[in-house]
Design a protein around this ligand. Sequence first.
Ligand code: SF4
Length: 92
Amino acid sequence: MNGMEPTTELEILAAPILEELPWAAFSACRDADPELFFGGTKEQTEKALAICRSCAVRRECLDHALEVRERFGIWGGMTESERRKLLRQIVA
Ligand code: SF4
């Protein structure tokens, strides 16, 4: 978004998300198929992780996912099980 009022359907739907997570405007996945990040097949996961590797806000995304304990999907270049393992290590 450009600081103006949202006009397209996508901008209207994305507005609340971008208000809460402003870094998401710079995400490499903003135009990607969400199914890649939540589908769960090996092929989908590999494609999603490849997108994350090129993402400029990977750290912000991972911080958010860990902070709110996102249970599902790929966030910050990590799968659900990788985040669970990391959280166990951090808490231990
Ligand atoms: S790190 Fe991955 S899931 Fe997070 S915003 Fe970037 S591309 Fe999307």
